[in-house]
Design a protein around this ligand. Structure first.
Ligand code: NDP
Length: 279
């Protein structure tokens, strides 16, 4: 098998690097996870995005162990679920995730949702700082945070999150949060990068025209749009062919006009939950 082109990396605000293209495992069946993540590692992915709530950390861990890939060549993210934001719970939760993953540390640990009705995301963030200090997470960040919530944890702690992982795809480009994040040294991770297949993204003429022009697929064009926008992205697929397709995006570049035409698709169309509603 030929050596795959590695994904480019970005440098986070704490000095660690992250592969800009990874593999997400939301809704990957726990019973299938080891096989599917093994496929992704064989294709060349080195960045895996999981979460405690996905119930598949063990499968991710088994695939990592079986791969023989040196730990320092991998970038593994997992997330703290909403009902474990109290500091004592957060400390237990990271230990449980590490045990399931079979790892001594994760590269990135995220608060999964702000869960504003709980009202303790700042306390959770201070626990995340302790988890980082204990060496259990190299980097810490957040997910689904709105601008005022980012402002609150930045003002109330000594650590700026390295990323904010948010729903983001061409119809929902999240310019306000992205602009704030980048101005504060926070990278944007785009979840649902293909719109979770919930709208006709891959059939829109601006996307299919670019795909035809480059001899690539519509999904490859959308992934390329994310990368050229500066987003970190980890499309999910259960299908080996699509897993490989989604990683085969380093041999072409969208033109400025193509980028602008996909930028123009933003309609503020969220396909999943608003962060205020997940508690
Ligand atoms: P995606 O936008 O990655 O879409 C996944 C869907 O697209 C699946 O139905 C998949 O089908 C299909 N698909 C994948 N590749 C292709 C392709 N090349 N052509 C056509 N269809 C394709 O949605 P996700 O929600 O999975 O987002 C990605 C990752 O983001 C998650 O796996 C998770 O890690 C993270 N995430 C984080 C959240 C958070 O709250 N922090 C929330 C949601 C996701 P098939 O499997 O059949 O190929």
């Amino acid at each position: 098998m030929s050596t795959p082109t590695p994904a480019p990396t970005l440098t986070l605000n704490d000095g660690f690097t992250i592969p800009q293209l990874g593999f997400g495992v939301f809704k990957v069946d726990p019973a299938e996870t080891e096989r599917i993540v093994t496929d992704a590692l064989e294709v060349g992915y080195r960045h895996i995005d999981t979460a405690a709530i996905y119930g598949n950390e063990e499968g991710v861990g088994r695939a990592i162990a079986a791969s023989g890939i040196p730990r320092d060549e991998l970038f593994i993210t997992t997330k703290l679920w909403n009902d474990r934001q109290a500091p004592a719970e957060a400390h237990k939760a990271i230990d449980e995730s590490l045990a399931k993953l079979g790892l001594d540390y994760v590269d990135l640990y995220l608060i999964h949702w702000p869960a504003p009705k709980n009202g303790i995301y700042l306390e959770a963030w201070l626990a995340m700082e302790e988890i980082k200090a204990a060496g259990k997470a190299r980097s810490i960040g957040v997910s689904n945070f709105l601008v005022p919530q980012l402002e609150e944890i930045i003002a109330g702690s000594n650590t700026v999150p390295v990323v904010n992982q948010i729903e983001l795809h061409p119809a929902f480009a999240q310019r306000e949060i992205s602009t704030f994040a980048r101005a504060n040294g926070i990278e944007i991770e785009a979840w649902g990068p293909l719109g979770q297949g919930k709208y006709e993204l891959l059939e829109l003429p601006d996307v299919t025209a670019a795909a035809e022009a480059h001899g690539k697929t519509a999904a490859q064009v959308v992934i390329r749009w994310h990368l050229q926008t500066g987003n970190i992205v980890f499309p999910k697929s259960n299908n080996r062919g699509r897993i490989a397709e989604n990683f085969d995006v380093f041999d072409f570049e969208l033109t400025a006009d193509e980028m602008a035409s996909i930028d123009a698709l933003d309609s503020g169309k969220r396909v999943a939950s608003h962060p205020d509603d997940v508690n």
